[in-house]
Design a protein around this ligand. Structure first.
Ligand code: SF4
Length: 313
């Protein structure tokens, strides 16, 4: 795989350069003199893909309602069918596999290899489960994948810390932490993790609690979540004043409306709607969504791309 990939869609006034070694995507206007603003891509540069409903994490806030008895989905043949007919320009730079717990999928290694052979960089999220992480699987991760996102769930501290030790030993594997923010206490939990692991982790990805899936049954108070968001942004702003940058902080799609507010401009997050460049695919029924927190699908994924000119026989 080459270190630099370029995609370009003049009708969307979009051009992007992906630098694999730094996991950086630089977006440019295709024509700086044009009045056309950069707009939503027909062919996203990034996909979240759900490849299993199975997970042993049993988190009460699981917005995917994942359970130990749920099924794995057929992935390899669907990946080839879906992305095979696309040109390199139409294929994404990256796919982030999630679930459920993606490492439990019996085809996990083959999924990473197939993705790499399609010239797409595979990444994945894990709760730290090591039951399927053999030396052979780790070797495949090292060869094919560029990054792992570890979910730092408070009831799985032992697992995620052990997973950090394991994946940190792999050369060239970037590690991100995913942390769910729901209450002011969860902001304290994040701050403690951030202070301890800053400099050792590539990105701390902050995800807003969503009362969907199993999380819909949890007590949820919007005022408490708003208080948590205020506390979080207050910490980030004061931290930025001291350090000068928040380059290791990333936000889930649900934070976009908060980030777009003028009072939060100093945080300096992306001004683009995340949905413009990415989509979510559920391999259970091959449906495509704006993002993984959306409950209403856009369409069957093959129908979606048929309307964009891809021929699936
Ligand atoms: S680890 Fe993730 S997928 Fe598993 S139950 Fe918890 S939130 Fe759901």
């Amino acid at each position: 795989m080459k270190d630099i990939k370029i995609r370009s869609f003049p009708d969307k006034n979009y051009k992007a350069v992906f630098i694999r070694s730094t996991a950086m995507t630089i977006r440019l206007l295709h024509d700086v003199n044009s009045d056309i603003p950069m707009s939503e891509l027909d062919f996203p540069e990034f996909y979240d893909i759900k490849l299993t409903g199975k997970c042993e994490g049993k988190c009460p806030w699981c917005y995917m309602s994942s359970m130990p008895d749920n099924n794995h989905y057929e992935v390899v043949s669907n990946l080839l069918k879906l992305f095979g007919p696309m040109t390199q320009n139409q294929r994404p730079f990256q796919i982030a596999y999630g679930g459920g717990e993606p490492t439990l999928h019996p085809d996990f290694e083959e999924i990473l290899r197939t993705t790499k052979n399609l010239d797409i960089v595979p990444n994945f999220t894990t709760n730290g489960d090591q039951s399927n992480i053999t030396a052979k699987v780790l070797q495949t991760v090292e060869e094919c994948s560029d990054g792992v996102a570890i979910s730092c769930h408070p009831h799985l501290v032992k697992q995620w810390k052990r997973a950090l030790q394991i994946y940190a030993e792999l050369a060239n594997t970037k590690i991100n932490f995913h942390i769910i923010i729901s209450t002011p206490e969860s902001v304290d939990y994040f701050i403690n993790i951030y202070k301890f692991y800053k400099g050792l982790i590539d990105y701390f990805v902050l995800l807003k609690f969503s009362p969907i899936g199993r999380a819909a049954t949890m007590p949820f108070q919007e005022e408490i979540e708003q208080e948590a968001t205020r506390k979080l942004f207050s910490f980030l702003k004061s931290h930025k004043e001291v350090i000068g940058t928040l380059s290791d902080i990333a936000f889930g799609a649900h934070y976009y409306p908060d980030l777009a507010k003028e009072e939060n401009a100093s945080i300096g997050a992306s001004i683009y709607q995340p949905n413009m460049f990415s989509k979510y695919i559920d391999m259970k029924d091959m449906t495509i969504y704006s993002n993984s927190f959306e409950t209403k699908p856009i369409d069957n994924v093959f129908e979606f791309f048929r309307t964009k000119g891809i021929c699936y026989d």
